[in-house]
Design a protein around this ligand. Structure first.
Ligand code: GLN
Length: 339
């Protein structure tokens, strides 16, 4: 047995009792989550799967959806047209910030913050709301590899309380970024956020991005390969909101978080990683999720700017693990404790 699955079990045991952070409460339905839920899933581009914990527990995808809907908008509009409407600059502001859009750019800074994601939703093609929704669900089906559905209570809960998002949509209309169908666009955005996934699904979706847009299990193309680079770039620079810089520094993996507690990370040409734990910090990122990604990145040299390992598949990394495990770690991996 290689050390890699053991290390995942070790991380799971190490962090399952870390209880800092809190459940997102500004969307009332999200407070129904169990704070103990915890899962780690990894899917390689060869389709191998390592997972532990509550990886089949369903939850709503929330902001992680922004990554995939942005891919759809790239296909619908092309890169340059999209850039005119939505930038690719990190903000350093909270994900739901209103002030920046009004004071500075008059155009959303990037598609990972709410302003940019709502603008993205407004650019999705379709002759009516149902067609747009069906296109979105088809897109998610390709990434996930099985049927998908929307959590109606979470959708309704956010629709009833999403006043900041409504304010952002009104500003976007004022700046001619979206058209005058605000409620339809917001519904689309709230629906994408209420898509039901589990940690396993998220790892498959991330692995699809790692695999040039081809779902490594279902073997289906989910997004055109030419846009994967754009998607990963905004994930790297903007995916963790006002933690994006420190994340890039410490973890160095293109990633995206959501307030329901998921984080995905993409190791290009190797694997997708997903962690799920609903306790989030003040920036909206899963507390345990950050810890697990930091440790994985450290242990397996996954930072994009780590000096290159010998060319090997993700699994082959375990062959180098004797050497890797001797790296100083922020957490101590006691092999005798592993299952
Ligand atoms: N639906 C949430 C919102 O718009 C998504 C936010 C998030 O996951 N960071 O506020």
């Amino acid at each position: 047995m290689s050390d890699f699955p053991e290390f995942i079990k070790f991380l799971y045991e190490e962090y399952r009792h870390l209880n800092s952070g809190s459940l997102a409460s500004y969307i009332p339905e999200l407070t129904k989550a169990d704070p103990n839920w915890f899962a780690i899933s990894i899917v390689t581009k060869e389709g191998e799967i390592f997972e532990i914990g509550d990886h089949l527990q369903n939850f709503t995808i929330q902001s992680i959806s922004k990554v995939f809907v942005y891919g759809m908008a790239l296909e619908d509009c092309d890169r340059e047209t999209l850039l005119e409407k939505i930038g690719v600059e990190p903000t350093g502001d909270p994900f739901n910030s209103v002030i920046r859009l009004d004071e500075n750019s008059k155009r959303p800074d990037n598609p990972m913050v709410n302003a940019g994601a709502i603008a993205t939703a407004g650019l999705i093609k379709g002759s009516n709301a149902t067609e747009k929704l069906n296109r979105m669900l088809d897109m998610f089906r390709r990434y996930i590899g099985h049927d998908v559905f929307i959590d109606a209570p979470v959708f309704m809960s956010e629709r009833a309380t999403g006043h900041r998002n409504r304010a952002l949509a009104n500003l976007l209309l004022n700046f001619d970024i979206i058209e005058n169908n605000i409620e339809e666009i917001l519904d689309f955005y709230f629906q994408q956020c209420a898509l039901v996934v589990n940690c396993h699904d998220l790892a498959v979706m991330a692995a699809t991005l790692a695999n040039r847009g081809i779902n490594p299990i279902a073997k289906k193309q989910a997004v055109k390969p030419c846009y994967v680079r754009d998607i990963l770039s905004v994930m790297y620079t903007c995916g963790m909101y006002n933690y994006a810089g420190e994340w890039a520094y410490r973890v160095g993996i293109p990633a995206k978080s959501g307030v329901s507690g998921g984080i995905i990370g993409v190791i290009p040409d190797r694997a997708g990683i997903a962690v799920f734990s609903p306790l989030i910090d003040s920036r909206g990122n899963s507390v345990r999720g950050i810890k697990v990604f930091e440790a994985l990145s450290d242990q397996f040299n996954l930072h994009l700017f780590d000096s290159p390992l010998p060319k090997c598949s993700f699994l082959d990394i375990s062959k180098n693990s004797e050497e890797l495990i001797s790296k100083p770690l922020k957490v101590t991996f006691d092999k005798s404790k592993s299952l």
